[in-house]
Design a binder for this molecule. Sequence first.
Ligand SMILES: Nc1nc2c(ncn2[C@@H]2O[C@H](COP(=O)(O)OP(=O)(O)OP(=O)(O)O)[C@@H](O)[C@H]2O)c(=O)[nH]1
Length: 332
Amino acid sequence: MIDEKVLRSALDASSEGVMIFATGSHGWECVYANPSSAMLFGFDRADILGPVDGASKLHGILLDKSLRSTIRQTLSTGESFRYTFEVGRLTGGTFWCEMNMSPLNDDGGNWTHTIMMAHDVSDTVRYARKIESKNRLLREQNSALENIASRDDLTGLYNRRHFDAELARMVGLHERLGFPLSIAFFDVDFFKKFNDSYGHQAGDDVLREIAMVLQDGFSRETDVVARYGGEEFVVLSIGESLVTTFYQHVDTVRDGIAALAIPHKSSSCASVVTISAGIYFGDLVTPGQPQSVIEAADRALYQAKHAGRNRVEISELVEVHLPVGPGYAIGG
Ligand SMILES: Nc1nc2c(ncn2[C@@H]2O[C@H](COP(=O)(O)OP(=O)(O)OP(=O)(O)O)[C@@H](O)[C@H]2O)c(=O)[nH]1
């Protein structure tokens, strides 16, 4: 058996802040506080001993009312309670405290005392926060880099690489949810002649303006607009249920590009810059091959070019159920 004096000396010498409370139905009473706990919380040991009531200095520093009741509840079940919190030191300033409270029962199983151990973990908390803020910065930088890597330098639209990834994702959604895939392939008319007449720089400006019209025309969450390469653009969507509605959207964009009224003196189809488009709408043409819908839209685009340019053609593979009215150009 160790002598009580020896035990008390050990507690007094501990670098851990130790406090003991008598825990009765009348309330808590602080019956022991070691020097480390006094240093930690900034109190005088003599001031602390006694009831933990409104007049006690401990009352102010040890936790708010709701937490006190949680602690009481946990301890009354025989469990320990561990908590890390920022606490104001009585001598000024704050520190992060890791505290562990354990109930002590008598032979009859009555909860008679609570032992509290506490120490300063400010350095650990500060370090963890620093790491977290560094990680946050890294995550932000990564997502900015990802965004740059997915964009086309000239137009700011998604690039081909990102489009291919989006196509795979949309095909997955289409297969799961059953929405039809809508693809429109666009190609500027007589663009080589435009460059030859007005210069490559003017050609770049045209591509930028066209990109803006496309982006404005297809701005839903379910739309992906990309520069496929050179003077080719592509729109992919799963937001439409009718090919005729998708056609109207594409044709409005085509019209919007002509309405920019950018002079094109060497075009053989209009006096301004125009664009042709081919549409595919529905399931994958070849199951398991996302690229098959691109090829179908590309073939429809070829039809649009062949039929005179500045127009939109729907792939011959698409069944159009609504009556084909004026303005609907169906390939085949
Ligand atoms: N200014 C500019 N021109 C580009 C860019 N990418 C591709 N081009 C040009 O786009 C032109 C495309 O020419 P073609 O494929 O012959 O087609 P087109 O002259 O548009 O004729 P059609 O498509 O048959 O109407 C080429 O002259 C390319 O150099 C670009 O980033 N900037």
